[in-house]
Design a protein. Structure first.
Ligand code: URA
Length: 428
């Protein structure tokens, strides 16, 4: 094969043969196909798409580029452990993995979560957990398997051997404007889940301003594509479409989100976080064949919290240690009295990122304490001058750029007046 021929085929709207797909993925992983050639091919895919068979082959080739784990083969007390994973396509304030893994594991199901770090305005689960003093994301495959068997829940960094083609490809897409292609997102996510070896998977496909998918039609197509890929690979896969037009819960930022997740595990926490955690837990338990479970009871009576504490401790973390706190805070107040009509997820996500909660390049550090606390949710009645948001950072020079990101993200409809968009105003 010749890389230029493969690029031309897709550029001109043609289909890639199985052999061409296998070759281009393997050759790219080995460095034989150059980054600029793969960038041209991914742009052609973004513009011209791939059919179901092409996407399935592309995904299989990415799985074949590295190692496969066999979490579904794990045994506890001589019986095969049921495994089910969950994946969110990413959003602002999406800390659901933190309470969800321990909650589902409390019912005897193994929950392997190989997660990533955040890039751009959506946070990464590993960054959040790394806010906990001592907690380690890197586990050997043996340690990961042992923790799955003994604790039931694990959140760890995907090792470099798992779908290495995706690691290269994702970094390339990130800097070439080719992330937002449904076939590429679907194959990227599913190749990692198939390589991990889970027997069931629940997908939380986000839709709205803070998500990759801005419209319900695109979100549905992504969900359908991933469910089909799962089915083709023998992974029982279901998807929920959930709203990401406003942040989840009342926090965005690493330590702030851990604290909120712990509130949920203690039986409290914001209603939307609890609701989504329970909805996903029910789907996961169902997919694992556990039919008589009451996940709400396991949050209320401390069973999920027990698993959380064991999960954190097993990875070197101290579940009782105080969480890091940012050095500086500023408040954004309501610009008028009325109803908080909109608190835009993208604006809040970008602001939290600029405050230091996220990174611009994958080698950048993140600030554990940085982020945003919400004091009101869309639909709440607010009074002019009332705090709406608290901004947290160790680098106060970031406040200005964070406020710019919030420009137009906060909308208060004054009593009896048409809507006003504003960025809130600084506290006096
Ligand atoms: N998450 C992934 O793992 N891959 C994508 O392409 C997008 C989101």
């Amino acid at each position: 094969f010749d890389a230029v021929d493969v690029i031309r085929t897709k550029r001109d709207g043609g289909r890639l043969s199985d052999a061409a797909i296998d070759w281009v993925i393997a050759a790219y992983t080995r460095g034989v196909v150059a980054d600029e050639q793969m960038a041209a091919l991914t742009m052609a895919i973004l513009l011209n798409g791939m059919d179901r068979a092409e996407i399935a082959r592309w995904t299989a080739a990415m799985v074949a580029s590295g190692d496969r784990m066999d979490v579904a083969g794990l045994r506890r007390d001589g019986r095969v452990l049921r495994t089910v994973d969950k994946h969110s396509t990413g959003g602002v304030g999406d800390k659901i993995t933190l309470p969800l893994g321990p909650l589902v594991a409390a019912f005897g199901v193994a929950v392997p979560q190989l997660s990533g770090r955040g890039l751009g305005h959506t946070g990464g689960t590993l960054d959040k957990l790394e806010a906990i003093p001592g907690w380690r994301a890197e586990l050997s495959t043996d340690a990961l398997m042992a923790q799955l068997r003994d604790v039931g829940a694990v959140v760890a960094a995907a090792g470099p051997g798992l779908a290495p083609a995706d690691a290269r490809l994702y970094a390339l897409r990130d800097v070439t404007g080719t992330v937002e292609a449904i076939p590429l997102i679907a194959s990227s996510i599913m190749s990692k889940k198939i390589a991990e070896g889970t027997s069931a998977l629940v997908l939380d496909v986000k839709v709205g301003s803070g998500a990759f998918m801005k419209t319900i039609d695109d979100a549905r197509e992504l969900a359908r594509t991933m469910v089909d890929l799962g089915a083709d690979a023998g992974v029982r896969t279901v998807a929920l479409l959930t709203d990401m037009s406003t942040p989840l819960g009342l926090t965005a930022g690493n330590a702030l989100e851990v604290a909120e997740a712990v509130e949920v595990l203690a039986g409290g926490g914001p209603a939307d976080v609890v609701e989504l955690t329970l909805a996903l837990a029910r789907e996961m338990l169902d997919a694992a064949g556990v039919t008589d479970a009451d996940p709400a009871a396991a949050l209320a009576d401390g069973r999920a919290m027990d698993v959380w504490r064991r999960m954190i401790a097993a990875q070197g973390g101290d579940p009782d240690a105080p969480l890091p706190v940012a050095k500086e805070t500023e408040t954004v107040v309501a610009p008028a009295s009325g109803t908080l009509a909109r608190l835009d997820a993208l604006g809040v996500g970008v602001a939290a990122w600029r405050l230091g909660a996220g990174r611009a390049r994958k080698e950048d550090p993140v600030q554990a304490g940085a982020g945003i606390t919400l004091h009101a949710r869309p639909g709440d009645t607010v009074t002019a001058g009332q705090p709406l948001l608290t901004l947290h950072t160790d680098t106060p020079e970031a406040f200005g750029r964070a406020r710019e990101a919030l420009d137009g993200a906060v909308e208060v409809t004054p009593d009896g007046a048409p809507g006003t968009a504003g960025r809130g105003r600084p506290a006096d």
